[in-house]
Structures are given as structure tokens and as C-alpha cells.
Design a protein around this ligand. Sequence first.
Ligand code: PEP
Ligand code: CO
Length: 470
Amino acid sequence: MNHPTTNPRDAAHDADAQDAAKRAPWTPDSWKAKLASQQVLYTDREAVERAVEKLRGFPPLVTSGEITRLQTLIAEAQEGKRFVLQGGDCAESLSDCTSDCITNKLKILLQMSLVLVHAMKKPVIRIGRFAGQYAKPRSSMTETRDGVTLPSYFGDLVNGADFEPGSREPNPHLMVRAYQHAAVTLNFIRSLIDGGFADLHHPEYWDLRFMEHASLPPELRAEYQRMASQLAEALRFMEALGETAVHEMNRVEFFTSHEALNLLYESAQTRTVPRREGHYNLTTHLPWIGERTRSLDGAHIEYARGIRNPLGVKVGPKTTPEDLIALLNTLNPANEPGRIVLIHRMGAANIREGLPRLLDTVKKSNLRVLWITDPMHGNTQSTASGIKTRSFDHILEEINAAFDLHEQAGTILGGVHFELTGEDVTECTGGGSGITEDDLSRNYASPCDPRLNYSQALELAFLIARRTGQ
Ligand code: PEP
Ligand code: CO
């Protein structure tokens, strides 16, 4: 007698059904019954309640319509029709909520995206790590300096970076301040975009002749200028033909993302909206779950499974295929397109070993995901003097390996995720401007992980463009 063969997706579905049955009903607060890793220890519970109530009362930062639109775009990226560029600070700081910092961040993302669009001949989805990237997971809950032990710095949403008892004490009111700074940041981003900042007809915003970043290597500057004038030429040509489509290029879209780490903050703005089903996290378009908080039974996955936003999930070198399938079945039981962005962050030394089995398993199970590479978080090192850094060469090596491995697996690498800044910082070594370990202390500004500076970020965009260009 013939037994019907079990399709892997059916098996996965059975597992879903069993898992779903085990889980209690979801609410924006059901995560509270689970163990939260990286939990902040606030001492003043009443102050926490007050802060959460205040956050609940604030209007949202983003709309469900924008979130749904991003999901549609991600679904198209899953089919290879779009490419994601996600980037920004490791930890946004409240003091960087200035006109220059925000403008420079937007500029570098816009310029990188133009380089990629030009090479790949497909639209790029621009997603900032901004307007909410204020909470940080840490490998140790405390930090000791010269015999003094204080709580680690958990991001400006939780405590201050200064190594002093008052600053390091978690302060619930910082959740409110972070929200307000996210609102101010996003307001400025929206005005810049509405005001024509990203209008391709205004090359002063994206033409490097108007940029003052002296460290950009001359050949990169020349290559970018060549590309920019080709783009301007193409725009003029299309306009001469009377193409209406050109007008649609007046605006580019930016989306926001941050790690959904402090669940008090995230759930306070998680709500239903008129005429749509389900709950949305209205602090950001794309929340992601970090490598340290994606345990299947933990609070973060419990929270994430119930919201309607597309979800990023960081995937590190120790992830097993079984872990990943269970996560995907929990977060996306209906296998909806555009819902899941898997951000692999393996490290140049581990990716060839760790990634292929994950790609094969997800492919065989027909689970719909967008794969993107984060070549930063698996490549962090400390110098002999204890400065955290990353090498440009390792970052590039991981990107190239990611493209190779996806090609071999027959899967699509649909985007990149960077920690970067529009400033001339000296945090990562290497690249055309030749930063060495000795240079790191010159302008090391990140309170957390080392970021690519302006010219390293643009250089990487060119190298990806060369690799993927048609
Ligand atoms: C981050 O993106 O800053 C981060 C902490 O990443 P991961 O969870 O991948 O370590
Ligand atoms: Co980081």
C-alpha cells in the first residue's frame, strides 16, 4: 500500500498546530508571563508604571498603513524584485538628535541606495536603524572599572553611558524621553523627505561635490560623480520624453527599524487600529529580535509573534536548522509573504560553515523569508588595548561569502544590514581611507559597537554594486 509522502511544509504545519495549541492566547502583555532575557532591573516600580502610562497616551510614531506597505515591499524583495538597505547607529543616542546627525545619516543611506539601484537596476528599500534604536542588549549585566562595578550601559532608553552610579542606574523616565526623541527624529526625517531632500532633481543633496568629507578616496569620489551624472542624465532624458513616471521619483521612502528589546516600551505602543485586524507596534515599521533574545520560550518571541509588523530576526552561527524552523513556525504560522526578515550575522570565519544548512532547511520547508546579511555583529574584535573594532576586510569577506552561499543554495540574498554613520568617525579599521588600530582613538564616538564611517560605508556600497551589477 502506498503511503502519501509527507511534504515538509505539511510536517511544519503539524508542528505549528501543536505549538499553537500549547501557547496561551496572545495579548500585548502576554510576554510578561515569560522569562525576559536582558531584562532591565528598575527599582522604582511606580515610576515604571507612570512612564508606561505616558507612553500609552502618546500618539503613534508610524501608521499601520506604512507598516503594511513595508510588508508588501519586503514580499517583493523575497522574490528578488527589490533589495533592502538597512543601516544606522548601533545605539542611537539622545544627544545625537541634531539636525546635522540626522541629515548625514539620511544622506549616506540615500547615497548608498543610489549606488545599489544604479548597479542592480532594481528598487532599494531604505530602512534606518533610527528613531528608536535606543535600547541595547549586553553580554554582561555589569561593568567593572578600577575595582568599581556598576550596571552596564543598556542604551539611552534605559540608562546613561557615563560610568557613574547616577548615570548607570536604570531610569524609567528615559523611556519617555527616548520616545520623544524618536518622534523629533522622525518628524525631521519626514519633513526633509517632504521638502525634497531625497528628490533626485536636487542633486545638491546627493552630489558629492557638495559634501565636505575629505577622507573619501579620490577614485571613489570620481566613480560616484560619474554615476550621479549618469543618473541626472537619465532623468533629463526621461523628462524630455515626457515620461510621467519621472515624477514618481520626486520622493523616496525611508522606513524605520530598531531592536524590540525593552518590551515595556514596545508594548506600550502596541495597539489595534480602525479598519485593520490585529495589533501593530506603532513605534517603528520593522522591529527586530536580537540574537540574545530570540529564545523560543522567551518573552521577546512571545511579544513578537502577536504583532502585525514585519519582523526582523537576527540569526547567529550557533543557530540550528531545528531552532530556526521552530522560530519561523511560531512567528509566521501562516507562512505569510513579507513578514519575516532573517538577518544572518555569522562572522566571516563562521559563515561558510554555519549558513548553508540554514538556507537548505528553510528552502526545503518552503518557508517564506527575506534573507539579509549583517556583516557587522559576527566580526567584532578587541584591540590589544581593549578597543572594540571591526575590520573592513572581514566585513567585505562576510558579504562576499553570503552572496556565494546564497548562489550555491539557490536562495536570494535580498539585502544588507550595516552599523554606520554619516560622520567621519574612526571605529572600524581598513577601507580606502586606511584607518589603522592606531587611528581608532582619534574620533571614536560610538557608545556601543563600532560603525562604518561615511567613506567606508559608501565604499562598501560600491563593492556590493560591483559584485551584483548587471
Ligand atoms: C545589534 O544589532 O546592535 C545587535 C546587538 O545585534 P545582534 O543581536 O545580532 O548581536
Ligand atoms: Co550593534
